[in-house]
Design a protein around this ligand. Sequence first.
Ligand code: NAD
Length: 290
Amino acid sequence: MAERITGHTELIGLMAYPIRHSSSPAMQNEAFSKMGFDYAYLAFEVDNSNLEDAVQSIRALKMRGSNVSMPNKTVVHKYLDKLSPAAELTGAVNTIVNDNGILTGHITDGTGFMAALRDNEIDIKGKKITIVGAGGAATAIEIQSALDGVAEMSVFNRKDEFWERAERNVKAINEKTNCNAKLFDLDNLEMLKSEIAASCLFVNATGMGMKPLEGQSYIPDSSYLRPDLVVADVVYSPAETALLKMAKEIGCKCMNGFGMMLFQGSAAFELWTGKPMPIEYMKETLGIKY
Ligand code: NAD
């Protein structure tokens, strides 16, 4: 790394708090080195209190851009000049591109999830899916899969502080895309069972299955699943959640959250450089399996 940094090297940031645990710097810097792009990617501890100054520094330092994560994803749009259609619909931004001082916000979590499905040869266009969640990850997947041509979507969530967001997501999908979306209470397990039975893909897009809920699932038993169902989980730590373990045991095709993580990074990389990440090299170098 030290050998390749010169007076010409441009900076790309990651603005979030907490952020020291992130694997994005290792992933992005490895990809820049491999592809010969003269960028350096660094993580900065930024929360809502210093976000405006941090975004202004992208312009001042002529940075190529930045990733943005919690707690800034749904706030940062205020300080940007333009938004992509998916960022506009989800109300969230995870990637900023600086084109000569004009800052555009994108969200690549949803495109990342869709690219991971394609990489696993899973096609959901024109089909029905069931997804649990209404937070950041879920919203991005719901909006992007509707934009990409999913025909029907059943969304489940608890009646917690995310319920209103679930209502907004379903409304936006029904009004702005050709997908027919419906919202259900996650407490209604009979309904969850029948909606999964009618779907080709079931997605957990909540933190269920990772600490402090590691080893747990809201799916009571494997009678909710069937071997020709694809089961995806946004969680990647652990790599195999209780849900994926149950799904694998009955023969479902499974995908953990590493694919979404890798491909959201690849989509951001492509927005900054114009070229996709060397995906097979990255999988091998980082030991990513999904
Ligand atoms: P969030 O806080 O925005 O949303 C949390 C969601 O979980 C809500 O829908 C909430 O209702 C639901 N929830 C919380 N506790 C629950 C419970 N006990 N039972 C059922 N539902 C419950 O979180 P987020 O940013 O969307 O992250 C959710 C998960 O997605 C996390 O595990 C995160 O690590 C993962 N994630 C993965 C990627 C990736 O690239 N793979 C990207 C972003 C987030």
